[in-house]
Design a protein around this ligand. Structure first.
Ligand code: CUA
Length: 173
């Protein structure tokens, strides 16, 4: 026969432990939701520890194998040597990523390719103005002198949504 007193205390202890775990999970979820809400508003520069160029060779790439290259995760990256690289994929009718956040006063090397048809890539306010062909990687280096905003624009007619291929570039101080 069990002693009722001990049983009661044991149950209370388990209850408290489970309440504690539930509480921790609630806090964790809350922080995770907050983090996901804010992650889009902070600079997107990622440190990858260097890129494996994968299926890119001599400026050529198989458009069907972009997932084997840094184009698999388009965005802005800081390399271990301090250089900054942006990887941009053009497709009908957008650029990925939809927004580039880059530091001012540092050379940014931009790599652009197309996943489908011929597009253009003009970075307003810079001398970057190139055709973007599937199968080719266009690489240009630019230094944004001042913080502010500019755009990338597709300036090769590519279809019905051509005029909407405009993306934002945010130059951070
Ligand atoms: Cu893409 Cu015009």
């Amino acid at each position: 026969r069990q002693r009722p007193g001990l049983n009661h205390h044991t149950l209370e202890l388990y209850e408290n432990i489970w309440l504690g775990i539930a509480g921790l999970m609630a806090v964790f979820l809350f922080v995770a939701v907050l983090a996901s809400l804010f992650s889009g508003t902070f600079p997107t520069i990622r440190d990858t520890g260097g890129h494996n160029m994968g299926a890119i060779q001599n400026g050529r790439v198989d458009p069907a194998r972009l997932n084997e290259t840094p184009f698999a995760k388009p965005g802005v990256y800081e390399n271990p040597d301090g250089t900054v690289e942006a990887w941009v994929v053009a497709r009908a009718f957008n650029f990925t990523p939809t927004r580039l956040e880059v530091p001012a006063g540092r050379p940014i090397t931009m790599h652009v390719t197309s996943a489908d048809v011929l597009h253009g890539f003009h970075v307003e306010g810079t001398n970057i103005n190139t055709e973007v062909l599937p199968g080719h990687v266009a690489t240009y280096t630019v230094t944004f002198r001042h913080p502010g905003e500019t755009k990338t624009i597709c300036n090769e007619y590519c279809g019905a949504g051509h005029h909407s291929m405009i993306n934002k570039v945010v130059v951070l101080p």
